[in-house]
Every structure is written in C-alpha cells, then in structure tokens.
Design a protein. Structure first.
Length: 267
C-alpha cells in the first residue's frame, strides 16, 4: 500500500509540473476567406498563477514555449489567477500577468475572463492583460486579420451573453470564432457557425487512469470535458489548462497548449 501511495504521489507531481503537451489540430471554416493563408492559434487557459505549482517564473517559461511555436494568434480562455486556499503564495494581478509581456509582439492577443478572474478582481487582471498587448473581450467582438473573434464573459458566474456577442460579430468578416472560458455555451451556437475555444474543465484535473474524472465543472459532464468535439457543423476545442484549482495537483491530466490551424475548406 505504501508503495502504491508513493507511486501515485510521484505520478501526480510529474503530471502537475510537466512541460505543457502541445496538442495540434486543423479546423476548416466555411467563413474563412478562400484567398487567405492558413493561420495558427495558440490556445491556453486556466493558468491559475499561484504557489506552489504555478509561480510567475514557470508561467514565463511557458510563454517562451508559446513563442517557439510561432503562432499568429494567442488566445487565453480565462482564469489567469488562482486564489485557492491550498496555495502557498497568492500573487498580485500585476505579477500574474507580467509574464505575458514576454510574448512575441507581432501576434494577435485576445483573452476573455474566467470565474476565478472575477472572484480575484477582474479589473486588475484586465489591466495587466491590456498592458501585455491583449484585447479583452467581454460579450464583445472584433476583427483580427482574417478572423472575426467573439469573446463571451464567464458563463460559470452567469456573465455570458452569447446572443449579444453573436450580434457584435454580425458586421465582421472572415472565419468566425467564439472564445469562452466554459464550453457550456457550445450547444447553443447556431448550426454551422464555426468554432468555439474554451477551457475551465481542466480535463478533470484529477482523472481516472482508465478515463473520465470525478468532476468536470461542466453541466454536460464528460461531453465537453476535454479535447475536440464536432457537433451540428461546429467544433469546440477544450484545453486542459496549465495550472490547478482547489488542490495544487494534477493526475492523469497534464497541462496543455493547443496549436490550432485555421484554413478555408478544400475546394
């Protein structure tokens, strides 16, 4: 029994502190300009900067990993910060967001808030993101090159307004993407809309070795808990996040960066 406990502890530490796994996928969007070159998006979420597992120095190393991928866009699906009771150190909003200033300056940078950002103090997080060159969308939309991006505010704390966000996207052109903290608004997207990028679930954070997790923080359980799901002519990509919530432990769920190629459909 002692050997099993030690083995689980070693595995949990390894998964928690692992270099983020880069997951890759390609999405064809009918609305993407046929004459535009494909673009890549680096998606991260749930950084949860806090001690002991995600100090700003570790986040800065992950930023360098993102730079090495040379994406055209960096999108953050919420929860940069953590105020978990198990934390050994709670950082200021400025300390949390400062590593993002190391991102390459020639990429589009877009973020939406998560529930922990609101609980911690979203004004400070927003200010830090803006200082790092990000556009923060809260039930709003904007044009970024060949992509029309709508960002919805946090669904978990009942701040999401998908209809308003879709209306804001109406006058825009190009490939349609919704950035959301939680994946739960996905089933209400119009059919054949396009793509949603999300986080929040941590892919369970602590998972069973045979698959599944005790909790996903999603009303849909495992349905949108992890990875890519294609439904109703739409796709959602849900990242496992980078840090931890509640307990500073991951198990059978390593940190992730998604690198997503957006292109027009094949003729």
């Amino acid at each position: 029994m002692l050997a099993l406990i030690i083995a689980i502890g070693v595995k949990a530490h390894s998964d928690t502190m692992a270099t983020p796994v880069v997951q890759r996928t390609s999405v064809s969007l009918a609305s993407y300009p046929a004459d535009a070159e494909p673009v890549t998006i680096a998606l991260i979420s749930d950084v949860h900067v806090a001690g002991p597992d995600m100090p700003p120095s570790r986040f800065a190393e992950i930023v360098e990993q993102i730079n090495a991928l040379s994406p055209d866009y960096v999108m953050i699906a919420g929860d940069l910060v953590s105020e978990k009771r198990s934390a050994t150190h709670i950082y200021t909003a400025e300390e949390v967001t400062a590593p993002l200033e190391g991102l390459s300056g020639d990429v589009f940078k877009i973020a939406v808030p998560g529930n922990h950002d609101h609980w911690f103090g979203v004004d400070g997080i927003r200010a830090g993101l803006v200082k790092a060159g990000f556009t923060v969308l809260e039930n709003e939309a904007a044009q970024f090159g060949p992509l029309a991006v709508g960002g919805i505010d946090d669904d978990y704390t009942n701040r999401a307004d998908l209809p308003n966000t879709l209306a804001a996207m109406g006058p825009l052109s190009g490939g349609g993407i919704i950035l959301s903290h939680s994946p739960d608004p996905f089933p209400t997207l119009p059919e054949n809309f396009g793509l949603m990028l999300a986080g929040h679930t941590h892919c369970g954070q602590i998972r069973y070795p045979w698959g599944g997790a005790p909790a996903t923080m999603s009303d849909y359980g495992e349905r949108y808990a992890c990875g890519r799901v294609d439904e109703n002519g739409n796709s959602v990509i849900v990242g496992a996040g980078l840090g931890t919530s509640l307990l500073p432990v991951r198990l059978f769920s390593k940190p992730e960066i998604w690198l997503i190629t957006i292109r027009s459909p094949d003729p």
